[in-house]
Write a protein that binds this ligand. Structure first.
Ligand code: NAD
Ligand code: TYD
Length: 349
């Protein structure tokens, strides 16, 4: 093995696509996936690669600094790609402490382990921190987030991610820790936990349940297919420059309501229902407190410097996504029992 890379949060949505990409593409790398398996972590996401000879799963919690130090000693990692996080804005509003613990403290624990174990041997090492465009706050009708846009996080989730980004840069600046950060827009695709907009709505349509649109539905997000995010991370990990930040986005803005209408139409076709049936499930509900109006990424730095571009048009990505959820109903059924029902009742009562 030429390198040992730690991927944290590899049993989650984006992490599982990244782990699969690295395990399949780099047979000479040993990939260690560290995940706590919270409600959002699911080893079913990785069944196809779990017995690969270059893949190891470690169940553990990044909040536990002793465990993290031991893990670094055990594997002597060459690189870290850090995705483990509490990732849902609504849950951060209900319970901010979990976000501070995992996203801030957990990240600092990883940074400390990397700093201590790599001291004097930084050459060839890399701490890659996966972050979000939400750290930049909310845009008006015009403008795009650049890598130089000042941070202005508005939710407990985005504040915890912004804090972790600051710690990563501080460790680079203070201790010379080699790092890169990427800030990505909203991802969609297979294996996303159905608390996020698209899988939640796909699941509700399939069960003929109402589609809870927050506020007036005129909030804007930039959507990127998850595998394109994983490809961008691979590129940045291997070709990005130390200390740099890269924005990743889909060049693909949608208001929620327009996106939902396209989804409804595609779902009607996929389920062989009369067009208009799913749209009839749309229900406007109480808005999310502090709801960010618009996110939009300028990903031209990544495009111009590293030659990355999204590979899929949105309609194509959405069709693939819908097809995956309809082909994997058991995956959805397994995670929407028990705790999910309680979460749903509490969030949407
Ligand atoms: P996810 O919620 O699907 O997965 C998070 C994973 O982290 C889960 O497998 C979970 O078990 C694990 N985890 C949580 N707490 C942990 C802990 N204390 N110790 C170890 N593992 C823990 O999240 P995602 O959507 O895949 O997001 C991954 C990363 O990408 C996050 O850092 C998120 O902030 C960032 N991001 C997500 C999006 C998006 O649209 N989903 C966009 C930009 C950036
Ligand atoms: P979400 O998938 O939670 O991602 P984020 O808040 O991180 O962008 O939500 C995407 C958009 O969809 C956001 O504007 C909130 C909205 N939304 C709804 O209208 N209803 C819902 O039930 C959910 C989960 C989200």
């Amino acid at each position: 093995m030429t390198k040992t890379i730690l991927i944290t949060g590899g049993a989650g949505f984006i992490g599982s696509h990244l782990v699969r990409l690295f395990v399949n593409k780099y047979s000479d790398y040993r990939i260690v996936n560290l995940d706590k398996l919270t409600y959002a972590g699911n080893l079913e996401n990785l069944r196809d690669i779990e017995s690969a000879s270059n893949y190891i799963f470690e169940k553990g919690d990044i909040i536990d600094s002793v465990y993290i130090k031991d893990l670094f000693l055990k594997y002597n990692f060459d690189g870290v790609i850090h995705l483990a996080a509490e990732s849902h804005v609504d849950r951060s509003i209900a319970n901010p402490m979990d976000f501070i613990m995992t996203n801030v403290l957990g990240t600092v624990n990883l940074l400390n382990a990397a700093k201590d174990l790599w001291k004097g041997k930084e050459k060839g090492k890399l701490f890659y921190h996966v972050s979000t465009d939400e750290v930049y706050g909310s845009l008006g009708d015009k403008g795009l987030f650049l890598e130089t846009t000042p941070y202005d996080p508005q939710s407990p989730y985005s504040s915890s991610k912004a804090s972790s980004d600051h710690f990563v840069r501080a460790y680079g600046n203070t201790y010379g820790l080699p790092f890169v950060i990427s800030n990505c827009s909203n991802n969609y695709g297979p294996n996303q936990f159905p608390e996020k907009l698209l899988p939640l709505f796909i699941n509700n349509i399939r069960n003929n349940e109402s589609l809870p649109v927050y506020g007036d539905g005129k909030f804007t997000r930039d959507w990127l297919y998850v595998i394109d995010h994983a490809i961008a991370i691979d590129k940045i990990y291997h070709e990005g420059s130390n200390g740099e930040t890269y924005n990743i986005g889909g060049f693909n803005e949608w208001t929620n309501i327009n996106l939902i209408k396209v989804l409804c139409k595609q779902m009607d076709i996929a389920l062989e229902k009369e067009v208009g049936t799913s749209e009839g499930l749309i229900t406007y509900v109480r808005d999310r407190p502090g709801h960010d109006k618009r996110y939009a990424i300028d990903a031209n730095k990544l495009k111009n410097e590293l030659g990355w571009e999204p590979s899929l048009q949105f309609e194509e990505g959405l069709a693939k996504t819908i097809a995956w959820y309809l082909d994997n109903e058991e995956w959805m059924d397994n995670i929407t029992t028990g705790d999910y029902q309680n979460y749903y009742k509490e969030q949407y009562r």
